[in-house]
Write a protein that binds this ligand. Structure first.
Ligand SMILES: Nc1nc2c(ncn2[C@@H]2O[C@H](COP(=O)(O)OP(=O)(O)OP(=O)(O)O)[C@@H](O)[C@H]2O)c(=O)[nH]1
Length: 657
């Protein structure tokens, strides 16, 4: 994307947040449409067409497989489509990158990877990442790689449930709630012993507060242009906070020296896979946890390279707050910011995904001699852009750091920084984007935690399905961040869309078993007796009394970015929702709206052009489990992309079918 492409994006993003609020579903006109994956009259997907598409996609994948990893994945896709007979064969032995991936992922790897710094080492891609091999204190979860979802649409059961809006239990009339569940999921609810929501169980809530030790939970994503120093910065911070011990760091240094990449030793704390280390590039989200005085922070290190934007979106979708890392060196900052780099794109994507607080880490200050002039130049350029992109001035703060030397991470820089040092007894005031004297950890500590919807019914969107070792034969494990509500060991949950009822045996956070977990927690659930072919990334584990709706057709309000080709009925899109990317199509344009006021401009417009806003209907190849944005924000927002570019951000206003 060129610099000019962002102009509209900035304006749109600005209006976006206001437009999110107070939306109401509008009535939808019925439109005839031709869509290859639409259900036939009996509600089944049309076998011929869908299979044709699936095969053509698989055929498309093969020639694109430039490296061993992709060709391996492709064969696994084919293998899974063939349905292995052995139950255990259906789940990968390892999690993360070695797991097979949905074919829809490959749609995003269309950009040639020639510009990556080094070709992959074909001999080293067969990584093993069993859970029990992870270091005790840092569970680095590679969460966007997943078990294959490429079963045919017929095999994913279509939703027979209606689309109840979820509200806290006290907000739902018991009669209405029971009528709804009885008529829609009799087999599920008739066997249930009703339990109060986790948040209404005093002991459960007490356990949760005890676990947080009085701290607030914060999910923090680290984004920025490739090579800005994100992994080095976070890796060094984890070392300084003693989350990573000296022995582990010594090992990283030796490994970096062996690969001739000494400068990446801190990045290796988070970039754990052989392929990432060989290339010196983060390819997937890595996760770690640390504590500040008042916060328990889940850090998600996102890849900066444009080829891995889908993975970056996956991480950003789980975040409450973000650190945007920029390289302060002359020419390097400009590459990331002005000449089509990912600094702007990442900042806008995280904003569109609901992140409003941003720390801008102006990195590699050691390489520019901690120049005040350069720092202020970057602050000026970036803050103008960020403010026009919908960030409030009071929610952006800049900090000069060096991820490599570790200065200003938890202790102030040794360099003479009179321009940044706080005068004695001076108050902590944000002036011109900086709070003098504050280190990176101070600024993380002062971030405001979001309000967590813990009193709503439980929902967790699965980001990974795997088989962990040491947790019992036949156990299937899933990972994800709880979107709303809470869960306790021995709770019964409903898997959607398969409608399987499962009892939760173990809940893990950071490799430790916990009795309960609530909205915002990134957890692993170990489940027994689950058919793994019913579990896919993007599926949702939810409260059986309040099943999440599943949809193949939604109505949404979208904000269109600076696209080159207008959106028309029939425009194909890639629907980025939580951790999944689904093939879809705009099937009708319902309304064009004023993008600032949200007022109706035109019914049934013929097209929607760049920088406009509208209500559209979107049909999806396969059903997704989602909520109206007005009910659960985290499960009601999405991005639309096409050919590697972000077209629009949207919120779900109506579930049509
Ligand atoms: N001089 C200097 N170099 C740094 C600093 N931080 C990172 N680097 C170097 O920049 C290079 C890239 O660092 P990474 O941490 O891998 O960058 P990244 O942003 O995580 O890269 P991707 O995740 O692949 O986008 C490495 O050679 C680091 O040693 C810094 O503060 N000062």
């Amino acid at each position: 994307m060129r610099h000019s492409d962002y102009r509209g994006l900035e304006k749109n993003a600005h209006a976006f947040d206001e437009e999110y609020e107070g939306l109401s579903a509008r009535s939808v006109d019925e439109h005839n449409y031709s869509y290859p994956f639409s259900p036939n009259s009996s509600g089944e997907f049309m076998t011929d067409t869908s299979n044709k598409q699936e095969h053509s996609l698989l055929a498309f994948v093969a020639p694109k497989s430039k490296n061993k990893k992709k060709s391996k994945d492709t064969s696994t896709v084919n293998k899974v489509v063939e349905e292995p007979s052995n139950f255990d064969d259906k789940i990968p032995q390892t999690r993360g990158r070695d797991a097979a991936r949905p074919y829809s992922d490959f749609q995003f790897e269309m950009e040639p990877e020639d510009d990556l710094r080094k070709p992959p080492n074909q001999a080293t891609t067969n990584r093993s990442s069993h859970l029990d091999t992870l270091p005790a204190r840092i569970a680095t979860l590679k969460i966007s790689e997943r078990i294959d979802r490429s079963v045919s649409p017929q095999k994913q059961s279509r939703s027979t449930l209606d689309s109840p809006s979820i509200t806290p239990r006290q907000g739902v009339s018991p009669v209405a709630a029971s009528r709804r569940t009885e008529t829609t999921t009799p087999s599920v609810t008739s066997t249930l012993k009703r339990r109060p929501l986790a948040a209404d169980r005093t002991n459960t809530l007490d356990d949760y507060k005890l676990r947080l030790e009085g701290r607030d939970l914060l999910n923090l994503v680290v984004v920025g242009h490739v090579d800005a120093g994100k992994s080095t910065l976070m890796g060094h911070l984890l070392v300084k906070l003693k989350v990573v011990d000296d022995r582990a760091m010594h090992k990283n240094k030796s490994e970096a020296a062996r690969l001739g990449k000494e400068s990446f030793s801190y990045a290796f704390v988070l970039d754990e896979s052989e392929e990432e280390r060989q290339r010196g590039v983060t390819m997937d989200i890595a996760q770690a946890q640390f504590k500040t005085d008042t916060k328990l922070v889940n850090v998600l290190d996102a890849p900066g390279h444009k080829d891995f934007i889908p993975n970056m979106i996956n991480g950003a979708a789980q975040a409450d707050v973000a650190i945007l890392v920029v390289d302060s060196r002359r020419g390097e900052f400009e590459t990331g910011f002005e000449f089509g780099g990912q600094t702007r794109e990442h900042a806008l994507l995280v904003r569109s995904l609901g992140v409003s607080q941003l720390i801008c880490a102006v990195n590699k200050m050691d390489a520019i001699d901690w120049s005040q002039e350069r720092f202020e130049e970057i602050v000026k350029k970036l803050s103008t852009f960020l403010k026009s992109s919908g960030y409030k001035e009071s929610d952006i703060v800049f900090v000069p750091v060096s991820g490599w030397t570790g200065e200003n991470l938890i202790t102030p820089t040794k360099s003479p920084l009179s321009w940044y040092t706080k005068e004695a007894n001076a108050p902590d005031t944000l002036i011109n984007g900086i709070i003098r004297g504050k280190t990176l950890i101070d600024l993380i500590d002062r971030l405001k935690p979001p309000e967590r919807p813990i009193a709503k019914p439980f929902r967790l969107c699965i980001t990974d399905v795997f088989r962990a070792t040491g947790v019992g034969a036949g156990t299937v494990s899933i990972a994800g961040r709880i979107d709303c509500g809470g869960i306790e060991v021995n709770d019964r949950v409903l898997l959607r869309p398969s409608n399987d009822l499962v009892t939760i045996k173990t809940i893990q956070i950071e490799n430790a078993n916990v009795p309960s977990a609530f909205a915002g927690d990134s957890i692993i659930l170990h489940m027994q007796g689950v058919d793994p072919t019913h579990l896919f990334v993007g599926n949702v584990v939810c409260d059986p009394e309040y099943p999440i709706p599943c949809a193949t057709r939604i109505q949404a309000r979208i904000i269109i970015f600076n696209i080159t080709t207008p959106i028309l009925p029939g425009t194909p899109v890639v629907f980025h929702f939580k951790s999944i990317q689904e093939q879809g199509k705009i099937i009708s344009l319902v309304e064009e709206l004023d993008r600032v006021t949200g007022e109706l401009k035109r019914q049934r417009p013929r097209l929607l052009t760049k920088n406009s806003s509208g209500v559209v209907e979107i049909a999806l190849h396969r059903q997704i489990c989602c909520e109206l944005y007005s009910n659960v924000k985290e499960l009601g927002r999405f991005m639309l992309r096409q050919s590697g570019l972000t077209m629009a951000a949207g919120i779900i206003t109506k579930i049509i079918e």
